[in-house]
Design a protein around this ligand. Structure first.
Ligand code: NAD
Length: 310
């Protein structure tokens, strides 16, 4: 496993991170014991960053991850979130954020998280995020319940704008840098690089689009993007390559991203995904993949309040 510094925090995180979203069951059924084994196996293989949220499985993912980390908490950099609690339930008030961290710590069975992130800030009021949410998170940081503070979301410009106006240590963005979309590098990467902010790239499989089984039914992408992903999966299968490995390898090759978070809930998935660390991309196949994706390249879907979208 390779490790990279998360911005200026000085903390070294594994280049492949464990996205604990699927532990909540929203990506398909989870066998709790296998989920625990997957977490333990990942730690044994050197994965040291785990990302979760109260939103995933409406608290189930945090609870499962907390159980699995019992006795292993000191081996990992643990990231969770605040402000999002259901599909349409957001509360970025200082009061909710302060209650939220205590609830998360209880479920995660720990006295602090390493990173607390305001979850999907494009659904909030930008001025509230800047003047109320992040200052409340800063107080949480000062109390020792979180070591670092960050923000997450899909639209890139609001992430850049907020990070320009208040100090944060990390930004998590998703579905903006993978085989199908790379505009993170135009809009966000130069800014975070220049400021020394940690960059976490999530959803290298485009939230399940770049898998053999395809995305979950709730996936917000338009049909043509999902179809293009399935074409890529078929193309890879014809070449005896697993689409997951090439999709992950592509993200792992990014020169600045500290960690690529892939969502996993079973040991088999962790094993498969770790193969990507030694996978070599065949140039001809990559060329064909890019041709297949070209009609939908860099297309994303709307997220959050219209005034916060890119
Ligand atoms: P992803 O692109 O990592 O894809 C995950 C999907 O792929 C799941 O359905 C999983 O079962 C499947 N999968 C994983 N490995 C596989 C394998 N080897 N073979 C077949 N299928 C496999 O998308 P994601 O889980 O949404 O994103 C990763 C993590 O990033 C999340 O769990 C979460 O921690 C974080 N994230 C955060 C935000 C946010 O803060 N707004 C948004 C998206 C993701």
């Amino acid at each position: 496993m390779q490790y990279r510094k998360l911005g200026k925090t000085g903390v070294a995180v594994s280049v492949m991170g464990f996205g604990a979203g699927p532990l909540g069951g929203d990506h398909g059924p989870v066998e709790p014991d296998d989920a625990t084994r997957a977490v333990h196996y990942a730690i044994d293989q050197g994965i040291n960053i785990f990302d979760v949220s109260p939103y995933y499985g409406r608290t189930v993912a945090e609870d499962r991850l907390g159980k699995a980390l019992a006795g292993k908490r000191d081996k990992v950099f643990l990231a969770t979130k605040c402000g999002r609690y259901d599909h349409r339930k957001f509360d970025f008030s200082a009061q909710r954020v302060k209650a939220s961290i205590d609830e998360s710590l209880k479920r995660l069975r720990t006295d602090h998280v390493d990173l607390l992130q305001a979850h999907d800030i494009e659904f909030g009021d930008r001025e509230q995020i800047i003047n109320e949410t992040i200052p409340a998170m800063r107080e949480i940081q000062e109390s020792g319940k979180a070591r670092y503070v960050g923000i997450t979301g899909l639209p890139l410009k609001i992430l850049r704008d907020v990070a320009n106006r208040v100090a944060i240590q990390a930004i998590l963005t998703y579905c903006r840098y993978n085989l199908m979309v790379t505009d993170m590098d135009e809009i966000l990467t130069p800014f975070v690089r220049q400021r020394g902010i940690g960059l976490i790239n999530a959803a290298p499989l485009h939230m399940g689009i770049l898998t053999e089984a395809g995305p979950p039914s709730w996936h917000p992408a338009p049909a043509e993007i999902k179809e293009a992903g399935q074409k890529v999966a078929r193309l890879c299968r014809k070449r005896a390559v697993n689409v997951v490995e090439i999709a992950l390898r592509f993200c792992l090759d990014h020169p600045y991203v500290s960690t690529t978070l892939v969502g996993m809930s079973s040991t088999a998935q962790v094993k498969r995904n770790l193969n990507a660390l030694n996978f070599r991309i065949d140039r001809e196949l990559m060329q064909e993949i890019q041709e297949t994706i070209a009609p939908v390249k860099d297309q994303v879907w709307p997220s959050g309040r219209p005034e916060n979208d890119d």
